[in-house]
Design a protein around this ligand. Structure first.
Ligand SMILES: NC(=O)CC[C@H](N)C(=O)O
Length: 259
């Protein structure tokens, strides 16, 4: 938590943050008093794929949790209502926490997210049909697609993760969220941060984690440090195979887990 970074391998390589951004948009929304987000999204593991539609239909347009796609779309929609510019709010936070003012969106990735995002569009319109979207779907999705396309290195991701390791205290010593909300976000990461493999991750690694389909994983050792891994090969659930293996070896060797 003093900012010392230990790195190995391709730690300067930039990759697409993808779903890892979902943790930071949630923190931004929760930083506002009376945010009301838990009326719009749940806090239970989904047990299904991150872009599954059927559960959302059964559960009346209320996504299971904020770390699967429909939940994150709701959170981004809320952040858009709160700030007028969800993407800028997220970029400002990540630039400050990583210490890299150049952190930005990869426009080629963002273009491809928009071009291929039919399922995300289906999820968002389904939620709109249940009156769970506040902004026009195309506008909210534009922010969501660009948010997923922010590029970051493992070193920067580890720095950003300190926000949670420090229970809500920012790099500049100010506070974004209170201690309890940081604890709650990490509990959601443990239960929901790796989609329908969260049980397996808790068993193998025992840390709050958030993965993204860009191959990154952010893991937090609360009160001590954060660990970021990147390996582009994904398993069938969308989690980095090498990243999970590295984190498992790491907690086996260090005995540092929340259990
Ligand atoms: N699991 C992920 O990283 C999903 C993010 C991806 N951009 C999507 O919306 O489908």
């Amino acid at each position: 938590m003093d900012g010392t970074v230990h790195s190995v391998g391709d730690f300067h390589v930039r990759f697409s943050m993808q779903s890892i951004t979902k943790v930071f948009t949630l923190a931004l929304v929760m930083s506002r008093a009376d945010h009301g987000i838990w009326r719009r999204v749940g806090r239970e593991p989904s047990g299904s794929a991150f872009n599954s539609l059927y559960q959302l239909e059964f559960e009346n347009g209320i996504p299971r949790n904020p770390l699967i796609n429909p939940g994150a779309i709701v959170v981004t929609d809320q952040l858009l209502s709160d700030t007028g510019d969800a993407l800028s709010a997220l970029l400002d936070l990540l630039r400050a926490e990583t210490g890299n003012p150049e952190l930005s969106v990869d426009s080629v990735t963002a273009g491809s997210e928009a071009e291929t995002g039919h399922r995300n569009r289906a999820l968002a319109y389904l939620m709109a049909s249940f009156d769970n979207m506040r902004n026009p779907v195309p506008e909210a999705l534009d922010h969501y697609f660009r948010q997923c396309s922010i590029t970051i290195s493992t070193e920067e991701l580890a720095r950003a993760g300190l926000l949670l390791a420090r229970h809500g205290v920012r790099a500049d010593g100010g506070r974004l969220i209170d201690h309890g909300d940081a604890r709650r976000i990490m509990s959601i990461m443990l239960n929901c941060g790796t989609y329908d493999a969260a049980g397996e991750f808790a068993y193998r690694i025992g840390l709050p984690c958030k993965s993204g389909v860009g191959g990154g994983i952010l893991a937090i050792v609360p009160g001590r440090y954060s660990v970021a891994t990147w390996g582009p090969g994904l398993d069938t659930k969308g989690n980095s195979v090498a990243g999970a293996a590295a984190l498992e070896a790491f907690t086996d060797l260090t005995h540092c887990s929340v259990f």
